[in-house]
Design a binder for this molecule. Structure first.
Ligand code: URA
Length: 191
């Protein structure tokens, strides 16, 4: 199995899907490679594409705040990645073939980081990780056992939905981040 650094290097020149043509940077992901909490978003927006880093725009600022205020974690203490590593033009939804092309990268990231909790943000991350067609509104609010290693998925809304939808969405997200923290507190440290 290649290392995270080797995979990031490989992805930096990836042409597996047409998103490669429009990107400024591949947004591989970042954070603690031994993190117990992994955050999975949808895909880079404009700010992320320009900087080559995940969640650095407005959604990222909200994510950082919720991590600190509700989960007690700074972003350097978690690992942050996306379903697709290149920006879909105009921030459109990623297409099924783009998600499929990028999927092995995310799967490798999860396998290498081996988090105890995967916090999925929004429909795309949650559906891919849980392999379901259900909507985030149905899936959030509870913990989903996941994988052979005793990990769990805590689905929540995407921060962009909270920025659009206001108080109720953000309150639900806060509850989900607390849920992630409680699971982490109750799970044995594996490292
Ligand atoms: N939205 C995402 O889903 N991911 C990012 O990295 C930024 C915004």
């Amino acid at each position: 199995m290649p290392t995270l650094a080797e995979l990031a290097d490989e992805a930096s020149t990836c042409t597996r899907c047409p998103l490669a043509a429009g990107r400024t940077h591949v947004v591989w992901g970042e954070g603690d490679p031994g993190a117990r909490l992994m955050v999975v978003g949808e895909g880079p927006g404009r700010d992320e594409d320009l900087q080559g880093r995940p969640f650095v725009g407005r959604s990222g600022q909200l994510l950082d705040r919720l991590l600190v205020e509700e989960a007690g974690l700074r972003r350097e203490q978690v690992y942050i990645a996306n379903v697709v590593k290149c920006r879909p033009p105009g921030n459109r939804d990623p297409l099924p073939e783009e998600i499929a092309a990028c999927r092995p990268y995310l799967e490798a990231q999860v396998e290498l980081v081996r988090p105890a909790v995967v916090l999925t943000l929004g429909n795309f991350a949650t559906r891919l990780i849980l392999d379901t067609a259900e909507r985030i509104g149905e899936l959030r609010g509870r913990v989903h056992p996941w994988g052979a290693a005793g990990a769990v998925v805590v689905p929540t809304f995407h921060p962009a939905a909270a920025l659009r939808g206001g108080g109720a969405v953000q309150a639900a997200m806060r509850a989900d981040f607390v849920r992630a923290k409680e699971v982490l507190a109750g799970s044995a440290t594996r490292r």
